[in-house]
Design a protein around this ligand. Structure first.
Ligand code: ZN
Ligand code: ZN
Length: 363
């Protein structure tokens, strides 16, 4: 590994990373990876759609002697704007293809098609159903009444990918072995990409892994319910009580995906934030233990019946609940719901009959 500039790192074997800033975000930057192929450079993720980020991306490529128009393809780990934001602009300038897992392509399509008002309706309904108080949903409904233009979703104009990433298959990259590993959890179509080639510096293990947001060295990624109107709270009644058997369990998906990644035995992980690291299996164990602890803590809170909202208020966050801003509370309650969903699936908690909004209790 060699640091070429402050923002460009050579990871060896025709792989580089570029730090592309995320404006006004504590994460700081996305690591965009460049993979050399016999048909030209391919990017893994692209960065946030912002002029400054674009300038950094173009500047980083320039350090490697690559013009944006040379880019052959874009592989996107998941639909979030810090990963997929600039994909459209790269495609416009280069004619590159954009590949993404079908489940996240569906999210992109739905977001592009949705009226902002529809989204606000969905959010307000969803929050009310998990027990959000009126003072929390009121601003959403007011924005809806004002024409829904208050909130602009970053993904509203994001590029529709033109290729599907098929789980388990090698991507069509000339001269490289890059296999897609489906790792749902952070998003329904998140993928990690396994570069099945010997580590250039001889680190022991099976190749390298572009891990997106799935496996990061010092951050536990957000796992909330998938933002899917078809997985609405009204439909999320457990199967035993007449709900659909398919109610999504993102935390369960995530934990399964972690184990899948742990088993690959990769020599090095190249994540989309922070920095590269070697001990994938150790980090997987840490994250599994973290969620085990968190579920145990929640179970203790559920000794008395609580709605997901009440649960979120009582969970431990990085600051007290009354200092968590409105938008972050939505994310927090979604995370609480994902944990409740997991406990219900495990048979450790159940909804209390006759409660509205539904409260859950440990069994
Ligand atoms: Zn993400
Ligand atoms: Zn991210």
């Amino acid at each position: 590994m060699a640091q070429l500039t402050d923002t460009v790192t050579d990871h060896g074997g025709g792989v580089w990373s570029l730090r592309v800033p995320i404006p006004d975000n504590p994460l700081g930057h996305t690591l965009v990876h460049v993979v050399d192929t016999d048909r030209g450079p391919v990017l893994v993720d692209t960065g946030w759609d912002d002029p400054e980020s674009w300038t950094e991306l173009v500047g980083g490529l320039d350090v490697l002697g690559i013009g944006v128009r040379d880019v052959h393809g874009v592989v996107v780990t998941h639909h979030h704007p810090d990963h997929h934001g600039l994909s459209g602009r790269v495609r416009e300038e280069s004619g590159a293809w954009i590949a993404m897992h079908a489940a996240d392509i569906a999210v992109v399509r739905r977001t592009r098609d949705a009226e902002p008002g529809t989204w606000l309706d969905y959010l307000a309904r969803k929050l009310a159903a998990v027990g959000a108080p009126e003072e929390h949903t009121a601003p959403l409904l007011a924005a809806r009444a004002a024409g829904g233009r208050m909130r602009t979703l970053p993904g509203l104009r994001s590029a529709l990918p033109d290729r599907e990433i098929v789980p388990g298959e090698l991507l069509d990259l000339a001269g490289r072995r890059l296999r897609a590993v489906w790792t749902p959890g952070h998003t329904p179509g998140h993928v990690c990409l396994h570069l099945e080639e010997a580590h250039p510096a001889g680190l022991p293990g099976h190749g390298r892994l572009f891990s997106g947001d799935h496996l990061l060295p010092g951050i536990s990624p957000h796992i909330g319910l998938y933002e899917d109107p078809d997985d609405s709270p009204e439909l999320s009644t457990p199967f035993e009580q007449g709900g659909p058997p398919s109610a999504a369990d993102p935390l369960g998906d995530y934990l399964d995906s972690l184990e899948r990644i742990g088993r690959l035995g990769v020599a090095e992980v190249l994540p989309a934030h922070q920095h590269a690291f070697a001990d994938a299996a150790g980090r997987v164990r840490e994250l599994l233990a973290h969620h085990e602890e968190r579920l145990a803590g929640l179970l203790a809170l559920l000794a008395n019946p609580l709605t997901p909202w009440q649960l979120a208020e009582r969970m431990e966050w990085n600051r007290p609940w009354d200092r968590i801003p409105h938008g972050s509370r939505n994310i927090a309650v979604s995370e609480a719901e994902a944990h409740v969903r997991r406990l219900v699936k495990l048979g450790r908690a159940e909804p209390v009959a006759g409660t509205e909004p539904v409260a859950y209790v440990a069994v």
